[in-house]
Write a protein that binds this ligand. Sequence first.
Ligand SMILES: Cc1ncc(COP(=O)(O)O)c(C=O)c1O
Length: 380
Amino acid sequence: MSNLEKKEMEIFNSRFSNSVRDLEASGIRKIFEAAGPGSVNMGIGQPDFDTPEHIKKAAIKAINDGFTGYTPGPGYLELRNALSNKFKTENEIDVGVDEIIVTSGASEAIFLALSSLINPGDEVLIPNPGFVSYSSTVKILNGKVIGVSLNEDMTIDVDSVLEQINPKTKALIMNSPGNPTGAVESEENIKALAEIATDMDITIISDEVYEHFIYEGVHKSPAKFSENVITVNACSKTYAMTGWRIGYAAADVKYIEQMGKVHQYVQACANSIAQKAAYAALTGPQDSVKIMRDEFLKRRDILISGLKELQIECNVPKGAFYAFPKVENCEATVQKLLKAGLITTPGTAFGTNGKDHIRLSYACSIDDIEKGLEIMEKVL
Ligand SMILES: Cc1ncc(COP(=O)(O)O)c(C=O)c1O
């Protein structure tokens, strides 16, 4: 390195915060950037459906009616009322309007939860492999990521959680149905983890954005079994609204108050128009959710039986819209598939224990799934 380069490096290093400077760009984005035109895309993390008409109409009405200013920080009262009702009827959780905060996607809710809980050096237990944002957010906040091993069926290994808890442990993140694995936690596991949270005084952040895309088993919220739970959810996946940026969190008021302070300064409030759309989504007809769920199930079955024919080992995902088959050397495999015209995601993007897997999203057409399988047959 020349003296000039050394000097530039010193300036760069002293200018930016250590935690952000050392953060790696998302492994998923890198793949998309390298993909050729016309590639089959099985790397997608969002429903390939349009937002239902009645939701769009509610947003247009909100604009015409002048709902274009700031809303109350935690969100419109009518929306929080609808969410309180949703939690009661769908999740059997009793939360009042002051125990709910509307955020800019589930992503902001996760950030608010973690930033209100952790001091530098505090430990957060995260499923390994798990959704990319969890570990990155902990790192931005100077916390320490502790990977939790998964069982054969990709559910959380309760013993691994117990073994890793120490006085520095602040939180455990759960995500059922899970990204990238499609695993659905059993009620027994959820109860056991909720009891651990209560007994050891740690907080569970339960990310439930895929709750409506379950094909086997039922969705249970840990908040039903413990008060130490921040439940995170969003309209993003359920109503094909990823770009609208409406998420929400529910928890005891002591959590929501702290999270609300961060929200006030980083976001002020969630988008006013999208909040009106979210109200229409939650209180209007729910048939679009079932249509998407049934379609994903059909696609899952085509993908899983195709993988079986190719003798590619894969757990049958019980939820979400991802399969997580086993491959050798995931990063080289992803590159080979990419060259042959198929976009997938290496398991390592989700944690070290993902190294023998790739993530395949089936939020794409059946035609694309079939083309994807043909490419896999040639390449693997
Ligand atoms: C498990 C999980 N949580 C949260 C998110 C982010 O949701 P949102 O778009 O509402 O911020 C995603 C997006 O892919 C996800 O897979």
